[in-house]
Design a protein around this ligand. Structure first.
Ligand code: MG
Ligand code: MG
Length: 248
């Protein structure tokens, strides 16, 4: 829940004129003030270089893993904030794509559909279904809107470590993959693009952006599979309380 509260705190500051570095500062202080540890900070990439901040801030065509900087958010931008924290021995991981001021209807729809796809995936995470059913539900929803579903980055198991097995793709075939059982804890996180699903890695070794530079959205919840449904351990409630009727 600490990640949910942190995203709610960040929501207060996402406005034209703010830098993503400021959002990172807000997040890190909030996480530490609440007795938790930001798990992204120091997390190594493929080359072993540590992530320098406590949240990922990915603007517009950036899909995931954007590094907070002095770049100023402006009216009409979107910014995906991904937050991970460790508290009482367990990790939480959640992401939300925010609108900065007023955003075009085309992009708002991308965000709405991505969030909807996340919840469809969560509804599918019940005992007896398979991991491929989650991916299938997300993929169908997004491709029906002609959006791109990023393949190279996926959801994951989560628990004492931030990233555990299994991988949870946002695409898949019905009836494929491992059977979902009670007690499974995973992060489901569709990364969805307005145009082509092709991505490239920026030279900083972290920031992933769309090749065609069209916008991308990212929504993520940490969930635990119970007897007949998935319990959402993170929450967008804190964000939505701040955004009110401007929420997606
Ligand atoms: Mg995340
Ligand atoms: Mg994650």
């Amino acid at each position: 829940m600490i990640v949910a509260q942190t995203l709610g705190e960040i929501a207060k500051y996402v406005t034209p004129g703010v830098t993503t570095k400021t959002l990172n500062k807000v997040a890190e202080e909030f996480i530490r003030d609440n007795g938790a540890i930001p798990t992204f900070k120091g997390f190594p990439n493929h080359y072993g270089s540590p992530f320098p901040a406590s949240i990922c801030t990915s603007i517009n065509e950036e899909v995931v893993h954007g590094i907070p900087s002095d770049i100023i958010l402006k009216e009409g931008d979107i910014v995906s904030i991904d937050c991970g924290a460790l508290k009482n021995g367990f990790c939480g991981d959640s992401a939300y794509t925010f609108c900065v001021g007023e955003v075009s209807e085309e992009i708002r729809t991308l965000l709405k559909v991505t969030k909807q796809a996340l919840y469809l995936g969560i509804q599918t995470a019940v005992p007896g279904k398979r991991l491929g059913d989650i991916g299938y539900a997300i993929q169908q929803c997004c491709e029906n809107h002609s959006y791109g579903v990023v393949r190279e980055f996926v959801g994951h198991g989560i628990g004492k470590d931030m990233h555990e097995d299994p991988q949870v793709p946002n695409y898949g075939k019905r009836g494929s993959g491992i059977v979902i059982k009670k007690g499974l804890c995973i992060a489901i996180e569709p990364m969805i693009t307005l145009g082509s699903r092709q991505i490239i890695m920026e030279s900083d070794g972290w920031t992933v952006r769309t090749k065609d530079r069209k916008c991308a959205a990212h929504f993520e919840h940490t969930i635990a599979v119970c007897d007949d449904r998935a319990n959402i351990l993170s929450s967008f409630e804190f964000i939505e309380n701040v955004l009110g009727d401007k929420a997606i």
